[in-house]
Design a protein around this ligand. Structure first.
Ligand code: ARG
Length: 487
């Protein structure tokens, strides 16, 4: 189709090498919608006649039907989805119509329009799945706001926390992912159509109108910037990478905790896999794959950064590779979010095992030091030293901090008199946890307060997502209505 200035046809090897059909398929419907909006605009502006527009629009309706029924398949000889659709229109109503459809646009702005439309839909789905996981974590956080477990630093028992506090920490992390992905969406949903090849056009086009018909939030104004940039892809892949980084941390903990050494949790049978040789095995493949796919998503980001590095202004064919990284990354992120939501909502939490592991681990030592500060008036560093000495003594005697009598005797040597009853108040893990009432602390009441605050904030995201989807649907309906009026 594009051989006017050449002698003869294209080499089949180059055609195959340069085809983007593999990733264009995903945005076939966006391409047709984009062409409809473009043709409606050309007719409204008097750039093409209403009769011509009517014929082209009928062919665009037909191509959609024929594609859905399988009658029309994308052919490699036409390089990409845009040329395939144009060729269909030409075959359906004559080459002059296919030709007129491409007035005042280039494949450079067209491909970007299609991919941004497809990407925004994908992002809305990702955001929906993040919200689902967010809600699942908030439910867990509420349900287990007083389920005691060890809190770790350096993977060593540090201070007792609750499983609800842990789940809430991921809910709070994921909330920032929601915010970041929403920001990415705002950059994605700006319309490049009308940028044409790179310089705009001498035709009196109406860019605001096409942007509106396609459900964009506005126009991506500078034509050269629009066709030269793929930073919305980089931004999306960066945000997806950060989200996966958070999910992979969680996945790692789930793998550890479902091991025989921890036994903190057990995946439901439907979210575990078996071994082909060891009949007793119950493997957390789901969480391992979340961890593994994180590497793929990071890879997509690095690939795309590398493709874009040092590209000069204007459209460069290198950019065609963007969808090769983007579509699979989106699929993997959605999959990871989905399995984590379902897996976590069915997970069995072994409360007793978790609680018993904070006994004998000296993890309430900080609370003893705090007591010495609060009641005995010691400077914290002194209290730290005294408590350290007591822990050392107890370790030598193979006793834990729960051995109140031994703690009492040891404290006496530092001229501190505390009854065993008072010591049980200070050193009991669940009592220690409930005293951490500082903002964001582990106290069950504070955990529940955080759950409520995040639930309220998540409602705002729910509403926003719905508004965004409705806007796209309304634009689709408006285009369909205008097309109908024409044909
Ligand atoms: N298939 C191309 C892509 O995916 C469409 C744009 C081609 N533009 C060009 N000037 N060759 O990016």
């Amino acid at each position: 189709m594009l051989r006017g200035r050449f002698k003869g046809g294209i080499d089949p090897a180059l055609l195959e090498f340069s085809s983007s059909l593999g990733t264009d398929k995903e945005m076939f419907f966006e391409d047709v919608w984009g062409s409809k909006a473009h043709v409606l605009m050309l007719a409204k502006q008097g750039i093409i006649s209403k009769d011509d527009a009517s014929k082209i629009l009928s062919a665009l309706e037909a191509v959609k039907k024929d594609y859905s029924s399988g009658k029309f398949v994308l052919k490699q000889e036409f390089e990409d989805v845009h040329l395939n659709v144009e060729n269909y229109v030409s075959l359906e109503c004559g080459p002059e119509y296919g030709g007129r459809m491409h007035t005042a646009r280039s494949r450079n702005d067209q491909v970007l329009t299609d991919s941004k439309m497809h990407l925004r839909g994908e992002l809305l789905q990702v955001l929906g799945y993040v919200l689902e996981l967010e809600k699942c974590l908030l439910d867990l956080s509420e349900k287990h706001s007083d389920t005691i477990m060890p809190g770790y630093t350096h993977m060593q028992h540090a201070q007792p926390i609750t499983f609800g506090f842990w789940a809430g920490s991921y809910a709070s992390m994921l909330f920032r992912d929601l915010e970041r992905l929403m920001n990415a969406y705002d950059h994605v949903n700006l319309c490049p159509l009308g940028a044409c090849a790179l310089a705009g056009t001498s035709f009196p086009i109406d860019r605001e109108y096409t942007a509106k018909l396609l459900g964009f939030d506005g126009v991506q104004v500078n034509a050269l910037d629009a066709v030269s940039s793929r930073d919305h892809v980089l931004e999306t892949l960066s945000e997806l990478s950060i989200t996966m980084s958070n999910l992979s941390k969680m996945a790692e903990e789930l793998v550890l905790w479902s091991s025989h050494e921890f036994r903190f949790i057990e995946f439901s049978d439907s979210f575990a896999t078996g071994s082909s040789i060891m009949p007793q095995k119950k493997n957390p493949d789901m969480a391992e794959l979340v961890r593994g796919k994180t590497g793929l998503v990071y890879g997509a980001l690095v690939q795309m950064l590398t493709v874009m590095k040092g590209l000069p202004s204007g459209y460069n064919r290198d950019m065609q590779e963007d969808r090769v990284m983007l579509w699979p990354a989106l699929r993997d992120v959605k999959g990871a979010l989905m399995v984590l939501s379902s897996g976590l909502s069915l997970v069995k939490v072994n409360k007793e095992v978790m609680a018993s592991s904070v006994y004998g681990d000296y993890s309430t030592a900080t609370e003893l030091a705090n007591y010495l500060v609060r009641v005995e008036g010691m400077p914290f560093r002194k209290a730290y030293e005294v408590t350290g000495g007591i822990v050392k003594e107890l370790i030598a005697k193979e006793k834990g901090l729960e051995d109140y009598e031994s703690v009492k005797q040891a404290l006496k040597r530092y001229n501190v008199n505390v009854s065993s009853g008072a010591l049980s108040e200070i050193l009991d893990p669940s009592k220690a946890v409930s005293r951490n009432k500082s903002i964001g602390g582990t106290a069950p009441a504070e955990v529940r307060r955080m759950v409520n605050a995040l639930r309220d904030a998540a409602k705002g995201f729910d509403a926003d997502l719905e508004k965004k989807s409705e806007k796209i649907e309304a634009a689709k309906k408006l285009t369909a209505k205008l097309v109908k009026e024409f044909i």
